[in-house]
Ligand binder design. Structure first.
Ligand code: PEP
Ligand code: MN
Length: 350
């Protein structure tokens, strides 16, 4: 159910409606919009008695949400969600393209700084790097853990780049939330519902990757898990799904972009690295992703991919990344977006 407040409703009236919803034993999710606030109701099994709510002051109407995902749906919030990063001009969603670039794994301070310097010079606003790695083999490099988080915090201080890193479990979730600006939940954990709920209690944006064989509805239901706990800053990321093809690691499903944009207000990024597994495919797929309406790109960049401890073959060189930025900057206006080059950070927040 959704309570739509009148455009002129006061904060006091909004608080009163939320309190009434909570008294009924449900959860209230106030979602401010440009014109008016809507309040999502979750936790109800069937229809909520609308009469009591409709009678409250400031309420315009109470409507039923038809989709299984509520807070993630455009029925509840029509305007695109834009996630902003305090003290900077960086944003994910809306009119600007977000570019998240960096190595699959943080391998050393030198490696991470060398790559960060080059992606910052090419104009990225976000740096990615794995500290806790979900590897198919237990014998493969598992990540540097907290040491990597510290290195990335130094990178943020040095270059201004906002940091994105993956959490695998409760412990790494809390650590990633402490050190990074965006916490990534990987494809393999997309349906780890207890982890999603815990991520919903963070006050950091969550980048949720599509599961290896997840439908659109399953993907949005996972976003809903995070949002149902009160964290509305969810960024979706298409990273390819498992199919029969053997020319690529996965199959990039660009058709999910218009589908997500129709059904949800959440931003959706594309990760051409994990989607293809092949360096040569990354630039063409990144171009297509932006042309398809993606909110941005997450891409693996390495200065010595032949020596990378994970995902070298799908990591592009820094000069290829710079070229990608130049091309995406040209494509962006065709689809009504702009690619900001570089991040501006207010001195006080550095
Ligand atoms: C990653 O981004 O490094 C990663 C492991 O991605 P995914 O969860 O999409 O496989
Ligand atoms: Mn990787």
């Amino acid at each position: 159910m959704l309570v739509v407040m009148k455009a002129q409703a006061t904060q006091e009236e909004i608080r009163e409606v939320c309190a009434t919803i909570e008294q009924l034993g449900f959860r209230a999710h106030p979602l401010p919009g440009a014109q008016r606030t809507a309040i999502g109701i979750t936790g109800n099994q069937g229809e909520v008695e609308r009469g009591n709510l409709e009678a409250l002051s400031g309420v315009a109407e109470v409507i039923r949400v038809s989709k299984a995902y509520k807070l993630a749906s455009r029925e509840v919030k029509n305007e695109d969600t834009v996630i902003r990063f305090a003290g900077t001009d960086a944003a994910i969603g809306g009119g600007s393209l977000a570019i998240i670039a960096g190595p699959c794994s943080i391998e050393s301070r030198e490696q991470a700084f060398a790559i960060a310097e080059q992606v910052a010079a090419a104009g990225a606003q976000f740096f990615r790097g794995g500290a806790f790695k979900p590897r198919t083999s237990p014998y493969a490099f598992q990540g540097l853990g907290v040491e990597a988080l510290v290195i990335m915090a130094e990178i943020r201080a040095r270059f201004g780049l906002r940091i994105v890193t993956e959490a695998l479990d409760n412990e790494s979730l809390d650590l990633a939330a402490k050190w990074a600006d965006v916490v990534q939940i990987g494809a393999r954990n997309m349906q780890n519902f207890s982890l999603l709920k815990r991520a919903g209690r963070l006050r950091k944006p969550v980048l949720l990757k599509r599961g290896l064989a997840a439908t659109l509805e399953e993907f949005l239901m996972s976003a809903e898990y995070v949002m149902s706990e009160g964290n509305y800053e969810v960024i979706l990321c298409e990273r390819g799904v498992r199919t029969f093809v053997d020319h690529a690691r996965n199959t990039l499903d660009l058709s999910i972009i218009p589908a997500v944009r129709r059904l949800s207000h959440l931003p959706i990024l594309v990760d051409p690295s994990h989607a293809t597994g092949k360096r040569d495919s990354i630039l063409p797929m990144a171009r297509a992703a932006v042309a398809s309406g993606a909110s941005g790109i997450l891409v693996e960049v390495h200065n010595h991919p032949e020596k990378a401890l994970s995902d070298g073959p799908q990591s592009i060189y820094p000069d290829q990344f710079a070229r990608m930025m130049d091309e995406l900057e040209q494509i962006a206006p065709v689809v009504g977006r702009k690619l900001p080059r570089g991040i501006r950070v207010e001195a006080a927040t550095e």
